[in-house]
Design a protein. Structure first.
Length: 443
């Protein structure tokens, strides 16, 4: 069976820069990926995008920015652990294992950059607009032009992140952010197009299919289905995914405690079940010394993250051969030991029942649906009819980097989604109020 090889997988070559060259600089290309993302406007805008709970509030909870930074920290730990294990296994071979931590941490920073405002409800609102809302009327136009309608009825933040990072928007350079191929491959969780979407998940829009194929070719990622264009997952995707799984689950529980959706007793019970009786002895000694309840929760959270990092590292290294062959088909978190897996699943159940369907979260989803439907509808009407007086006024609000005069219906829709998905919660709400007349200037 075909197997990917680490020497080719860990490439410092950048998309959009044909000849690879390592600049005379203290930082490697992989480290520069991280810095390039941190200083970018799309990353900075994550500070005003909802993670789960409404923003802002009297209690500071996670937003997309703080979540991404934490995922990046956990991803670096996972990457470094795995790198040490692989370096020992492949001792003597000149492979850039020492850069895995940098690659994974950069990819973790970028993993949510394609997500629209209002949390995952933003994705669902866009999908609903085209699947069952007013957007349905555009399907025949898109398909008759050869466009991929499923890109819109399965709108996916991961696919949008790849577009944001690689597309040459108007006035921007070829290759987008010009990140390394390895960093880009690490965010493609679903290596197939939207016509093969699983539970609405896919890896790239039609406009980025050529880019995806360049990444596949450069890194030696092989196709794993003889009938359908489905490719093996890039190995480091598993680490990015695991870092995200670790952080959102544990941090949502901590946020819920701060917002009093969970009592201290409930939270402690959920967290303590991760540990065996032997480990609990030391943990309880620390809890006896730390009397502040929030600090107790924070301490347990750090212990759980460390435990999950070690467990996911073990799962990756034990299944490395299957991963390189494209045969490993589940998240690393599913392969952890029984005690840890049972505790994680219990946290997932509680998170769903007491957090994700809480009034505060549902209110955000309701608002997101209404605001997004209105913005999409008005902006699509404007780009399809740009000569109308109102359209001209509205399109003046769209930044020049977006191609409002695209030749195809598919392109015009994608222009609108580029603009909307890049908005912050506050910007989207402010624009909605202005174009609906809810916030008129004083006269």
């Amino acid at each position: 069976m075909a197997k990917m090889n680490w020497k080719q997988l860990l490439s410092g070559k950048r998309l959009g820069i044909e000849a690879y060259h390592e600049r005379k600089h203290e930082r490697t290309n992989f480290q520069r990926d991280y810095d390039r993302l941190v200083f970018s406007s799309p990353f900075r805008r994550l500070q005003n995008k909802t993670q789960v709970f409404p923003l802002p509030g009297s209690v500071f909870v996670h937003n997309r920015l703080t979540h991404s930074l934490e995922v990046s920290c956990v991803g670096r730990s996972l990457g470094n652990n795995v790198a040490n294990g692989l370096a020992a296994k492949y001792a003597g071979e000149e492979i850039l294992f020492s850069e895995i931590g940098s690659i994974v941490s950069a990819a973790c920073l970028a993993h949510d950059m394609g997500n629209p405002p209002f949390g995952h409800s933003g994705e669902r609102a866009i999908t609903a607009y085209f699947r069952e809302g007013k957007g349905e009327r555009l399907e025949n136009d898109v398909r008759s032009e050869g466009g991929r309608w499923e890109d819109f009825t399965n709108f996916e933040g991961n696919a949008n992140a790849l577009r944001l990072l690689t597309h040459q928007f108007i006035g921007r350079r070829y290759g987008g952010f010009a990140l390394t191929y390895s960093a880009l491959a690490s965010i493609i969780k679903y290596p197939f197009d939207s016509t093969l979407a699983k539970h609405g998940k896919f890896g790239f829009f039609a406009t980025e299919e050529d880019t995806f194929m360049r990444i596949v070719s450069e890194l030696g990622i092989h196709r794993i289905d003889s009938e359908k264009p489905i490719y093996a997952r890039y190995p480091l995707v598993y680490l990015v995914e695991a870092a995200d799984d670790i952080c959102y689950q544990i941090m949502d529980i901590e946020d819920a405690h701060k917002l009093r959706l969970l009592t201290t007793e409930e939270t402690l019970q959920l967290m303590l079940q991760y540990f065996t009786s032997e480990r609990l002895e030391g943990i309880n000694r620390t809890l006896d010394m730390v009397k502040d309840r929030n600090e107790q929760i924070a301490y347990l959270r750090s212990c759980i993250i460390g435990l999950l990092v070690d467990e996911c590292t073990r799962v990756f290294l034990e299944n490395e051969e299957q991963i390189l062959e494209g045969r490993y088909e589940k998240p690393l978190i599913d392969g952890v030991s029984n005690t840890v897996r049972d505790a994680y699943r219990k946290c997932s159940e509680v998170a769903y029942n007491k957090i994700y369907i809480s009034n505060e979260v549902v209110d955000i989803e309701l608002a997101g649906y209404h605001i997004f439907s209105s913005l999409i509808d008005r902006l699509i009407e404007a780009v399809l009819n740009p000569d109308r007086s109102y359209s001209k006024l509205l399109l003046n609000r769209v930044p020049e980097q977006y191609d409002i005069f695209a030749f195809t219906t598919y392109g015009k829709i994608q222009c609108v989604l580029d603009y909307i998905s890049g908005m912050t919660d506050v910007y989207a709400l402010d624009l909605y109020r202005k174009i609906t007349g809810m916030s008129l200037p004083a006269v």
